[in-house]
Ligand binder design. Structure first.
Ligand SMILES: [Zn+2]
Length: 142
């Protein structure tokens, strides 16, 4: 069973008027889907492109929970932009619960960090390395 999950969002393309559904990642298990690291890092993971005309529709405002077993903390939660205080807690708890259910016996409750979206990329760069780092930027090793 996949631990990663998407949420459906119904979209009308502002360019061509096409109605379609976008599936946004809300939970990503990086062990399962390491190929998603680059788009999390450059913040295109929630960018929606029209499936008919191919034009960019824009950035969807969606929370994202990242599970990365073996790293500390294993769970990173990045709230949607417009959420505050209790919204963040609620949305984090909801996604945590989904993840816990899909992990079953392999779930270990060992912490969650709430990370604003811009910092998410930096954390993954530190953890997973980045071949696109420009020279002069510090490069840390785990
Ligand atoms: Zn379109």
């Amino acid at each position: 069973m996949s631990h990663s999950q998407t949420a459906r969002m119904d979209i009308r393309c502002p360019h061509c008027g096409y109605d379609f559904s976008a599936y946004l990642w809300v939970i990503i298990d990086l062990d399962e889907s390491p190929e998603l690291v680059p788009s999390i890092r450059n913040d295109t993971i929630h960018y929606i492109t029209c499936s008919r005309c191919g034009d960019g529709v824009g950035q969807a405002d969606s929370p994202l929970l990242i599970y990365r077993p073996g790293y500390r903390p294993p769970v990173l939660f990045s709230p949607s932009w417009d959420s505050t205080g209790d919204d963040i807690k609620e949305s984090a708890a909801f996604l945590m619960n989904q993840l816990r259910q899909s992990l079953g016996a392999s779930w270990q409750d060992s912490g969650i960090a709430v990370v604003p979206r811009p910092s998410l990329g930096e954390i993954l760069t530190v953890d997973f390395g980045d071949t696109t780092l420009k020279s002069g930027e510090p490069r840390r090793t785990p």
